[in-house]
Structures are given as C-alpha cells and as structure tokens.
Design a protein around this ligand. Structure first.
Ligand code: NCD
Length: 299
C-alpha cells in the first residue's frame, strides 16, 4: 500500500524510472519469473508489468482472467494460492476484487507481492507512484502542488493511493471535486488532517480549474455502483466532463491527468492540448514498474 513508501524510497524509485526512460539498462534478472494474477480486468497495469519484467531480462507467467481460469473457481483460498504459486516464481503481481487481497496474499506468500489494484476501497499503489512521478517530472517537485482530484472519488482506488502518497510532501493543497454521492470515503480526509495537508471538498470544478497545477480526473466506477441506472450514469459521467473549451481555462503550465481508462468524463478534444498528460502518464507506468521490480527483486 502507499503508506509503505517513504520519501527516500520514492526519490530513488523516481531516479531509477528516469534512468530507464532514458533507454538505459538496469540489473539483469535473467531466469527470474514474474507471476501476474489478475482477478479483474486490466490493460495498462498488467501489460506494463509484463513488459517491465521482460525489459529487465526476466520472464512472465500468469493469468489475466484469474476469476474464471484460476483455482479460485474451485474454491481455493487466497492463502493457499499464495503458498502454492510462491514456488513457481520470484514476484507476484496481484489485482483482485477484495480490498485487502494483496495484504492477505503477502502474509502467506514466500515471495514479494505487489498490489496491482485491489477492491473498491482498497488501493492501487503502483498507479499512484506513476501519478506522482508524472507530477514531479513536470514540476520538478511534488512539494507545494495544488491539485484538483475530480470525479468518482468514492469508488476509485487510484485516488486513495495517490492522496496517501501526496500526504508525505510539504505544502500540498488538495481539492476534491465530485457530485455529492461520489465524495471521498472518510479515511481520506482523516488521513490528510493527520498529516497536516490542506484540503477542501466542492462540487464545482469551475471554482478551481483556473488556479490548480494539476487536474486529476477519474472515471465513474460503474461496475462498483449497485443499481446505477443508465441515465444517472450518463449524468455522473458528464457532470465534470473536461473538454477543450474547459481545458483552455486552465493555466498554461497546468496539466490534466487520468489513470485511464477514460469514458465521457474526458473528451478527446483535450488530447491535442499541451496540458494533456494522461498518455505520458500511462507510458511512465512502464518505467516506474521497472524501477519497482528492480527494487523488489534485488532485495
Ligand atoms: C484503474 C483501476 O484499475 O483502478 N485503472 C488503472 O489501472 N489505470 C482505474 C479505473 O479502472 O478506472
């Protein structure tokens, strides 16, 4: 989880990510194996982890549809799966529907377990590392960043992990922008208060769009909202839709981020603007995951 990273570790991971992005090699993990176990859909996270391992000289095995294809269908517990697959590789990358699955698996596995996104109120720490790295790469520092986090803040785990990491820096200002029914869960403001981070909540994006350094927008997590009607979904998605005219109101040096995948909340008309950084952010995910795998496998 995000809380496990301290500033020093973040600094060294980001330095390694920059190194890898510059096309330079890292340690060679030939003969070492990454196991991907994905109980939920993924494109970027799984493929970037696999590519990262291949670039480090290692190899990958796994299942992209563990819910159907793993022994989970036969009732195997996460504990047993952890014990068994620890014998088949050197590091496990897990995505799961259960909020605490990665922590549970780490308890029983004899090899490192990386959380690749778990549950609704769980975390997605490697996405947050990618997000933070992208902000630092753009501004030179995370300290003092003024960020608006927008959209479905209740059901998105990337927001939780990102905010938990932001809490480790100085002078950060967070504004949560969401419809009333998608506001952040209480652990997030509580965490920020404990860490002395200034935050506020609003339902108006217009209020902050012109002043912030970063707009971090998110998808409505439709699959995690029970009984969400089509009409309501369309309304929520469009409530904070960012399109080119709105993006033009941002400062020239501000950036727009999104963990992706996007739906209607982020219009394609934004893609060509200099503020659009979400594809670069996704690309950074590869280098961050290389840095993280190197750190974990070298230990
Ligand atoms: C996110 C996730 O899985 O939580 N995807 C990702 O890894 N970038 C975001 C999402 O699904 O909306």
């Amino acid at each position: 989880m995000s809380q496990q990273f301290d500033r020093e570790l973040l600094r060294s991971l980001f330095a390694r990510a920059l190194h890898f992005r510059g096309g330079r090699n890292g340690m060679n993990f030939s003969g070492r194996t990454l196991i991907t176990l994905f109980y939920e859909a993924s494109t970027r996270t799984r493929l970037s982890f696999e590519r990262a391992m291949l670039l480090l000289g290692g190899n990958c095995i796994g299942t992209e549809n563990a819910k159907e294809f793993s022994s989970a269908v036969k009732g195997e517990s996460i504990e047993d799966t952890a014990r068994v697959i620890s014998e088949y590789g050197d590091v496990i990358v897990l995505r799961h529907t259960d909020d605490y699955a990665a922590a549970k698996m780490a308890q029983y596995a004899s090899i490192p377990v990386i959380n690749a996104g778990c549950g609704r109120i769980g975390q997605h720490p490697t996405q947050a590392l990618t997000d933070l790295f992208t902000i630092e790469d753009h501004r030179g520092t995370i300290n003092g960043v003024n960020i608006a986090v927008v959209g479905d803040l209740k059901n998105g785990r990337t927001v939780r992990s990102l905010v938990y990491l932001l809490g480790k820096y100085e002078g950060v200002k967070v504004t949560f922008v969401s419809p009333e029914e998608l506001r952040v869960e209480s652990d997030i403001p509580e965490y920020l208060t404990r860490h002395g981070v200034a935050y506020r909540e609003t339902d108006s994006l217009a209020e902050v769009i012109e002043t912030v350094d970063v707009v971090y927008t998110t998808r409505v997590q439709r699959e995690r909202i029970e009984g969400l009607e089509e009409e309501k979904f369309a309304y929520l998605q469009r409530a904070y839709r960012i399109d080119a005219p709105l993006a033009h109101r941002m400062r020239e040096d501000a950036i727009i981020m999104h963990p992706l995948p996007r739906n209607d909340e982020l219009d394609q008309s934004v893609d060509a603007l200099p503020q659009a950084r979400y594809f670069e952010q996704a690309r950074n995910g590869l280098y961050i995951r290389m840095a993280l795998l190197e750190y974990v496998l070298a230990a």
